[in-house]
Design a protein around this ligand. Structure first.
Ligand code: NAD
Length: 453
């Protein structure tokens, strides 16, 4: 099939590559000429493991190309997928980019003779596709829905694992305006054997928020438990989770082997969730619910716990170090998770801002973030971004482990002892052994670690 995708960000490009690999002819539509050129040269404009290789393959095979020419991309498309950003502004979803994209699509539908299905893949609050996108498409095309189709199909890929998630999805949710729209869109996935959930537009929209809010809830629950442990002498939240995870309903046994399902990774305490989805989607769901008269007390608490979690890191440091004014503090890890270059809503950014407010000198390291000027979130922050871990740690009074990159997991206590004055390590992801670090003379503290008895 011929597929046009509006948006060349994480979702647009990864979806484009995965659909091209399924045998479709894909054109990704972007706005930035440099980015488009890069994609057409087989280089992804952001870091995602495995993406460059597959992008190159699809470009060479001519199954994928990028353009800024809307008309060319949409003219013969069977399916037009919208994958533009839907951030939040003051807690509410910002639909400005998707409204513009819908208008641009409508203007093209007007000229096109064939039956085309528009698919909303961006995350949007319930009723957006029906009440906002559909009227815009009808107005600008001058056509009634039915002469074109409409679906809402949320994306469940995880950054850092996006290529695998998109090429090998666990489920595909298709919200259809009518049967004809759904049937044409479902053909895109004929070769994919995973379950397909066919629902109406609103159900598809709310499914995405439910999935993300569930995972965010598990994380905030885990962080609330960590706070209880921190105030209870002799308790380490890691031991608590070991005891909880082994419940066979969480970790089933198959042939006497314990299986660790992916959900377990959300039942760990840390310095909070970030990224382009959980923070904005929980807030957008709460705002939507409020608008329709539903109180979301649980989701509100999930958001609140998460926003306060970076403050816990500062509190732990101050308890150990005292005044942090003019002290050198190093941050290991800036991205919101490992294997991604995404800094959107990363806990590291909040931690840095809190440290700067207290007058600390902040030295940062991240394996993938090399230039401060490449990232909007870092521009204007008076931090020093260094290229190697040693420079971040040298003469530092305290070090925060914020992102669980493999490179950091391998660090032995020696490197902290060698470069820091009286090494204090605050482990925001609990990746280090408390025993080994403490025995080697490091003041080791972390999320969920109560005082010794
Ligand atoms: P992104 O910001 O990385 O990419 C969006 C892209 O759309 C940008 O490159 C932007 O320039 C482009 N764009 C905006 N308006 C355009 C237009 N009119 N024409 C052409 N291009 C246009 O965003 P993303 O992370 O890919 O997310 C896209 C959507 O998917 C969001 O709604 C998000 O919530 C959802 N989503 C994201 C993820 C994720 O992990 N990133 C996962 C699932 C769902």
């Amino acid at each position: 099939m011929k597929i046009a995708i509006i948006g060349t960000g994480y979702v647009g490009l990864v979806t484009g590559v995965s659909l091209a690999l399924l045998g479709h002819k894909v054109i990704c539509v972007g706005r930035n000429k440099n980015k488009i050129q890069k994609i057409n040269e087989g280089r992804a404009p952001f870091y995602e493991p495995g993406l460059d290789k597959l992008l190159k393959k699809t470009i060479l095979e001519k199954s994928l190309q990028a353009t800024d020419d809307f008309r060319k991309a949409l003219l013969n498309a069977d399916i037009i997928i919208i994958a533009v950003g839907t951030p939040t502004i003051e807690g509410n979803i910002d639909l400005s980019a998707i409204k513009i994209a819908a208008r641009q699509i409508g203007e093209e539908l007007k000229h096109n003779k064939k039956y085309q299905v528009v698919v909303v893949k961006s995350t949007v609050v319930p009723t957006t596709t029906q009440k906002i996108i559909k009227p815009i498409l009808e107005e600008y095309s001058g056509k009634k829905i039915g002469t074109f189709g409409l679906c809402m199909s949320p994306e469940f890929l995880r950054e850092g694992n996006a290529v695998e998630d998109a090429t090998n999805p666990d489920r595909i949710v298709i919200g259809q305006f009518d049967k004809r729209s759904g049937q044409q869109f479902a053909k895109v996935y004929n070769k994919v054997s995973c379950p397909k959930v066919i629902v109406n537009l609103e159900t598809a929209e709310i499914t995405k928020y439910t999935a993300n809010s569930l995972l965010a809830t598990l994380i905030s629950f885990s962080n609330e438990i960590a706070r209880v442990c921190e105030k209870t002498k002799g308790v380490d939240v890691l031991d608590v989770w070991r005891g909880v995870h082994l419940d066979s309903r969480l970790s089933p046994r198959i042939n006497n082997k314990i299986i660790t399902p992916g959900i377990i990774s959300y039942l760990f305490s840390g310095c909070g969730y970030g990224g382009s989805c959980f923070p904005k989607d929980t807030k957008a769901l709460a705002a939507y619910a409020k608008k329709i008269g539903v109180k979301t007390e649980l989701i509100n608490s999930v958001i609140d716990i998460n926003q306060n979690q970076p403050k816990r890191m500062i509190a732990i440091l101050k308890k150990t170090l005292g005044n942090i004014k003019n002290r050198k503090i190093s941050i290991l890890g800036l991205t919101f998770k490992s294997n991604s270059d995404d800094l959107r809503e990363s806990p590291a950014i909040t931690i840095i801002k809190l440290l700067l407010e207290e007058g600390a000198r902040v030295f940062c390291h991240d394996p993938i973030i090399i230039d401060k000027n490449d990232k909007e979130e870092l521009k204007g922050l008076p931090i020093i971004l260094v290229k190697n871990i040693e420079d971040a740690l040298r003469d530092a009074h305290g070090a925060f482990l914020v992102t669980a990159w493999e490179e950091y997991k391998k660090l032995a206590p020696d490197i902290f002892r060698k470069y820091m004055k009286n090494p204090i390590v605050i482990d925001g992801r609990r990746i280090y052994s408390k025993e080994i670090f403490r025995q080697s003379g490091i003041t080791y503290e972390g999320i969920g670690l109560g005082e010794a008895l």
